[in-house]
Design a binder for this molecule. Structure first.
Ligand code: SAM
Length: 436
């Protein structure tokens, strides 16, 4: 047993301490706590330890609200006061910058994290694995295992989606849609997204094989209030994505429609759409504020998804070009421009680097890449030399690495953190860079 003082939290929400200069990761320990831990794994570089006793407790420690919290692993910051978790998320950004960017984060402003007034039931989409565990069950895989933690009520998801999943697994039992073995299911996942505006729900059954006939299940699920469309897709386990390439509609409308601020967005099941709509409004407003548009600018929105940011900023720009490599998302983006009566926006389906290469005389580039970051796009931005770059990031580490490249020609003006996923260690940021 070791006695350690926790110094900070890590990117996965774990407490970080040091033992003989070696980093020690301790799940559920909080900064400034003195703890007794048991070593469970030791390598040349790190120690993983289990929290056994808290000798000095953090004043910010609270009782988690979810009864499955210590078993599930879906959230890792429920044991700390919400307001303090916002401060810790800001710290995570500073640390990532210190570690990877080569910049001194004290030289520009890192604003306070924009949090939620009510940080519960914020998630508009679930992708729930289904298993037969003495009856069909939905839940979440415990991280790095195939052990399904059964859930009935997840406090971060829309409660109507919890109810929907509870009803669907009951129907699966009743109609004999049992997974074949413990791991391999006829229905492997249920993906469901609910519009925050119309309350419509879009359900997608992710199947393990093509011959499964889900018609009897569709007939029952379509009777559940607010279910507006039902799809299926096939996932044979070849990729890490839940969706495959055989999306098929079984019932209802092609799209469900969500509305953020004054903009409507039509959504197909596999198009990216922010998971926390009320915080997405803050995110997009911050991106608009950072872009500092005055009706004269040509803007490129790289990684535009269904066109959310492009449309959001369009009224302040001369023209906007959105680039996105997902065909369905581009289809939705074009519909969204028409439905919102916006004419100065054009969407291109293709790779961000290749397509940006073909565009000249750009005033502002906005980029909202996946967690892997911008990578080669940073060099393309250096070539194109826009006046401003607005970097919207969901991963402080890749943000910091990309800023290292971009800072050859750009100054970081400020970073605005936004809490899109309360109780998880994730943090979104909007970063403004201006040409030196
Ligand atoms: C974080 S999402 C941002 C979407 C959008 N800005 C929003 O807020 O809804 C990243 C998007 O980048 C797209 N994407 C991933 N790799 C890409 C690439 N190499 N070129 C273009 N788009 C890409 C994904 O399909 C996804 O829609």
């Amino acid at each position: 047993m070791l006695e350690l003082e926790v110094k900070k939290i890590g990117i996965n929400g774990e407490g970080i301490a040091y033992y003989n200069k070696k980093i020690v990761f301790i799940d559920n320990a909080l900064p400034k706590e003195k703890v007794k831990v048991e070593v469970v794994e030791e390598t040349d570089k790190f120690i993983k330890a289990k929290l056994k006793e808290i000798i000095v407790k953090s004043p910010f420690r609270v009782e988690p609200k979810c009864e499955k919290y210590y078993e599930c692993g879906g959230c890792n910051l429920q044991h700390i006061k919400y307001e303090e978790s916002l401060n810790l998320k800001r710290e995570l950004i500073i640390e990532a910058l210190e570690k990877y960017s080569g910049l001194n984060p004290r030289k520009f402003e890192i604003k306070k994290t924009i949090g939620m007034t009510n940080p519960y039931n914020y998630r508009n989409k679930v992708s729930a694995p289904i298993k037969d565990l003495n009856g069909c069950a939905w839940g979440i895989y415990k991280p790095n295992t195939n052990h399904l933690v059964i859930l009935h009520d997840c406090i971060v998801q829309y409660s109507e989606l919890n109810d929907l999943l509870n009803k669907i697994v009951k129907l699966m039992d009743k109609l004999g849609f049992k997974p074949k073995s413990k791991n391999e299911g006829l229905i492997k996942y249920v993906v469901a997204r609910q519009s925050s505006y119309t309350k419509e729900i879009q359900v997608t059954f992710i199947l393990g094989e093509t011959k499964t006939d889900i018609a009897p299940l569709v007939d029952e699920v379509k009777k559940i209030p607010n279910v507006a469309s039902i799809y299926s897709d096939i996932n044979k386990g070849e990729t890490i994505d839940i969706f495959g390439s055989k999306l098929k509609k079984h019932f209802g409308e092609d799209y469900i429609t969500d509305k953020l601020d004054n903009y409507c967005f039509d959504l197909l099941p596999n198009a990216f759409f922010q998971l926390n709509p009320s915080q997405a409004v803050h995110l997009y407003n911050e991106a608009k504020k950072a872009a500092k548009l005055s009706l004269k600018e040509k803007v490129v929105d790289c990684y535009c998804g269904v066109g959310t940011i492009s449309l959001w900023i369009s009224k302040l720009a001369k023209e906007v070009v959105g680039i996105e490599n997902n065909k369905e998302a581009i289809k939705s983006a074009n519909e969204n421009a028409i439905n919102n009566k916006i004419k100065n926006v054009k969407f291109i389906c293709g790779d961000a680097v290749a397509e940006l290469d073909k565009i000249n005389d750009i005033d502002v580039i906005i980029a909202d890449p996946p967690r892997s970051g911008m990578r080669d796009l940073t060099y393309k931005i250096l070539d194109k030399e826009p006046k401003r770059v607005v970097y919207v990031s969901c991963n402080p580490s890749t943000l910091a690495k990309d800023l290292k490249v971009l800072s050859k020609k750009y100054d970081v003006k400020y970073i605005q953190p936004i809490d899109m996923f309360p109780f998880t260690p994730h943090v979104e940021t909007v970063c403004l860079l201006t040409k030196k």
